[in-house]
Design a protein around this ligand. Sequence first.
Ligand code: NAD
Length: 478
Amino acid sequence: MTRITVAKGDGIGPEIMDATLDIILAAGAQLELDEIQVGEQVYLAGNSAGIAKESWEVIRRNKVFLKAPITTPQGGGYKSLNVTTRKFLGLYANVRPCLSLHPYVKTKHPHMDLVIVRENEEDLYAGIEHQQTDEVVQCLKLISRPGCEKIIRYAFEYARQYERKKVTCFTKDNIMKQTDGLFHQVFDEIAAEYPDIENEHWIIDIGAAKMADTPELFDVIVMPNLYGDVLSDVAAQIAGSVGLAGSANLGEECAMFEAIHGSAPRRAGQNLANPSGLLQGAVMMLIHIGQTDVAEKVQNAWLKTIEDGIHTYDLYKEGISTQKVGTKEFAQAVIANLGQKPSTLKAVNLANGTPLNLPKYQRKPPARKELVGVDVFVHWNGTNPDELARLLKPLESEKTTLSMITNRGIKVWPDGFSETFCTDHWRCRFKPAKGNTLGKLDLIFLLVKAVENNIDTIKTENLYDFNGKPAFSLGQGQ
Ligand code: NAD
């Protein structure tokens, strides 16, 4: 018996949750349910997070959370419950299988069967943003080694558990050599530990184009947060319908399972909604808690029901469907099919599933880290970089010299192009003067001189070599 937390959510949420629970309990799921309230009512009662403190305690105690979609009220100030839950509970992996159900669900990709494994906690979604000058705002893209190792190992372990053949990595490391470069490097390191699973890396742009064109070439795809956010919706859509996909959000301690669609308020309370997305989430939950025999039984009965042409309004098509049913009747049809397998669609076999083997992250010994310069970011309204270089001259010392100025990453001094468009945000790189090394105090002296000379510094970034290798980007054109 596993005790789980359940939230019925808003809009169509309660109907699809009831249908889902009816099906999995009829299939023999051994569950005790603790129901909590989340969503619209909680938001409107003045809780800007959409969830009460006591509910967090239930979620943390049970560790497994099955959640129906919620409605985020219009207007500012309401925090996304999904984002908050992922971050608070450390749900680092978002897993979304996208399977074509051709010919029962219309799709241009009849043989598509892929799984997107999306990093869920970091990247640009750390939400660290600042306005720095009149014209420039920034968002920090943070990629960590533990973040990469955890998600990439998860992807390979998932592939092994589900007998998938290949793991593909998408990044843009030709441009983002440090951040996406780390993700790619860790992918190569971990792939080497799984010689039984094929691996490949694609630059995200051409990889995404290929996935949209010939998704059947892919199996498991792992990627950083932002790319995964976009491409998991593309993949679900081209598989046939976002209404059919479920997703799992997994952490070291806790896990949350849901449908990928929203609360469809216009369809609420009419016994119309398709419960398949949430049911797919629930099947992943059953696998997660080790009830793989029940998961297999539910999945095969669901595939058989789709194949029988018993469809809710969103899937119903003359000539393909045999019966248009409501939410409840669909659930009853799946229950009636428990124990049966589809004949055209591929039946699933989960009984031999091995549990995921996810070792805890082991921190590596620290690298040799050497300060080799500093980028001082300056707010300056001028347009001629030579003039800025002159203004910065008094900041130089016997220890530091100005080596480069860039504007939005493009080198504009020395030897810039007059055609380069410049904003009011300048990166001024100082390096040690010949024969010198730098200490932290030298950076502080540099900033003191900047203040004395009315230079508006907005931030600094230290430049480091790690184990003797430069670990910062050059200026474009440098
Ligand atoms: P939506 O996914 O609710 O609906 C999009 C379209 O798909 C609508 O036409 C809807 O009728 C249809 N649809 C969705 N699920 C269906 C189902 N199970 N069966 C049949 N038809 C279905 O997206 P939306 O309209 O943009 O958002 C509605 C609300 O849901 C918003 O408040 C949004 O913030 C919220 N939302 C919540 C989640 C979540 O809780 N995970 C995710 C996305 C959106």
